[in-house]
Ligand binder design. Structure first.
Ligand code: NAG
Ligand code: NAG
Ligand code: NAG
Ligand code: NAG
Ligand code: NAG
Length: 396
């Protein structure tokens, strides 16, 4: 009697083994990777061991409901997954220092890409391109382009310390939390032709920025330590927190023709070639402070009719009659906070923005809201990531 039940029970057990494509598994070598190839879908995390060397090929796997993790690996040179289209959680690679070839031709969707310290990786073989990712941070790689990652929208996109990265061109329309670039290739040209809305945005050390469609920034927007001569945000109408243009030594022209309101401060400082500020023709309301320090000889904010915080316009140059209008805005209390408008101030030309000794007493309420905006970045990663984000957004 018992024997009659034995066979189906064994068969069941056998199929259950074949179907056990779940749990956390650690892969040390190709033989273990090949064992996964009977699974089209893996539920759980797949971890590549620190001792993995040469090539690991996750052949056959189509979907990971979990994370794919490779950390502190010195000898892995090639990482391949021909059929893998989706990683539902995180694709994390940290300090995989010998990796030169990353071949994921089918990958289109990942929740989070967190790559740091891929110090030999120069390109991606992502034939179909990742189209969907919520959070992407790529830090300290040798990537020269992001061909293979082309997102429509993201919550976070951070690119930092990729010192060969000289071009970023994405169809992104919307970045809901943070968009930041810092210390990539010195020739980095950023083109985001479709970007309409973004939250916190910081461009540092870039060579050009093209954001012709950007219409609304719901957090802060900053351009720092960059190499461009002209800066334009042709369609930008509002910035909800602070707008900063700081430390761009070659900048001669800043154009924000449709900008009408800034919810935090306006900081234009230490752009030593920017003598003429005439690109803010519609800016009427600033709910924080205005801090302008530089070599200006002419500053016109013809539509300005309300500044909730302080107003400082200090120049090493002769401001001509630029102060006349601001003096009267101050007299009529349209400028609510402390006020100073002066040319011939030798120290003004290289005075920093918010990073320095801020004179923006009047903007304390709005600058603190600016900071709460930045610190509200929800970043469930390593402290390394938080450090990078903090540096990019000036939180520390
Ligand atoms: C951006 O995305 C957020 C969240 O998905 C959405 O609420 C908002 O309407 C989007 N804005 C634009 C301009 O697409
Ligand atoms: C990059 O930008 C940061 C922050 O704005 C600045 O401190 C640093 O000096 C810049 N680096 C270069 C090489 O310009
Ligand atoms: C500029 O922004 C408006 C919304 O404010 C939008 O309708 C228009 O398409 C944008 N123009 C460009 C070139 O993106
Ligand atoms: C002003 O900018 C220069 C380079 O653009 C930088 O070296 C310097 O540190 C900046 N000064 C302040 C006070 O931020
Ligand atoms: C900062 O600014 C305040 C007010 O203008 C001034 O009294 C103070 O000396 C400044 N501190 C530094 C370190 O420049």
């Amino acid at each position: 009697m018992a024997a009659r039940f034995l066979l189906p029970a064994l068969a069941l057990a056998g199929s259950a083994v074949a179907a056990t494509c779940s749990g956390t598994t650690t892969i040390t070598n190709q033989a273990q990777a090949t064992q996964l190839s009977s699974c089209q879908q893996w539920t759980g995390d797949i971890v590549i061991a620190g001792s993995a060397a040469g090539e690991i090929d996750l052949n056959g796997l189509q979907r990971i409901d979990g994370s794919l993790i490779a950390k502190n690996i010195g000898k892995l040179t090639t990482f391949t997954a021909d059929s893998l289209s989706t990683i539902s959680d995180t694709f994390q690679m940290i300090d995989v220092t010998a990796l030169t070839t990353l071949t994921f031709p089918s990958l289109v969707a990942v929740d989070t890409i967190n790559w740091q310290g891929l110090s030999s990786l120069q390109g991606l073989q992502f034939t179909q391109s990742v189209q969907k990712a919520t959070n992407v941070q790529i830090v300290n790689t040798q990537l020269s382009s992001l061909d293979g990652i082309d997102l429509n929208e993201a919550a976070i996109l951070i690119l930092a310390d990729n010192t060969f990265l000289n071009s970023v061109n994405m169809k992104l329309t919307n970045v809901t939390n943070a968009l930041g670039f810092a210390n990539n290739g010195p020739q980095l040209e950023i083109s985001l032709p479709n970007l309409k809305a973004a939250n916190n945005v910081a461009f540092r050390n870039v060579s050009s920025v093209s954001i012709p469609s950007l219409s609304q920034v719901t957090g802060s927007l900053g351009f720092y330590s960059s190499y461009f001569t002209t800066l334009s945000a042709a369609n930008l109408s509002t910035v909800a927190m602070t707008l900063a243009v700081v430390g761009n030594p070659h900048l001669t022209s800043a154009s924000f023709p449709l900008l009408t309101a800034v919810g935090g401060g306006v900081q234009i400082a230490n752009n030593t070639a920017l003598t003429n500020v005439d690109g803010f023709k519609k800016l009427s309301k600033v709910f924080g402070a205005v801090d302008m320090f530089g070599t200006f000889t002419s500053v016109a904010l013809p539509a300005l009719n309300y500044v909730k915080g302080a107003f400082y316009l200090l120049s090493s140059g002769d401001l001509g009659n630029s102060c006349t209008r601001f003096d009267s805005l101050h007299s009529s209390s349209a400028i609510r906070g402390s006020y100073e408008c002066q040319g011939g101030q030798a120290g003004a030309s290289t005075k920093g923005g918010s990073d320095g000794n801020s004179t923006s007493g009047g903007s304390s309420s709005s600058s603190s809201s600016g900071h709460s905006g930045a610190t509200s970045l929800i970043i469930p990663y390593t402290t390394g990531f938080i450090g990078v984000v903090a540096a990019i957004f000036g939180m520390l």
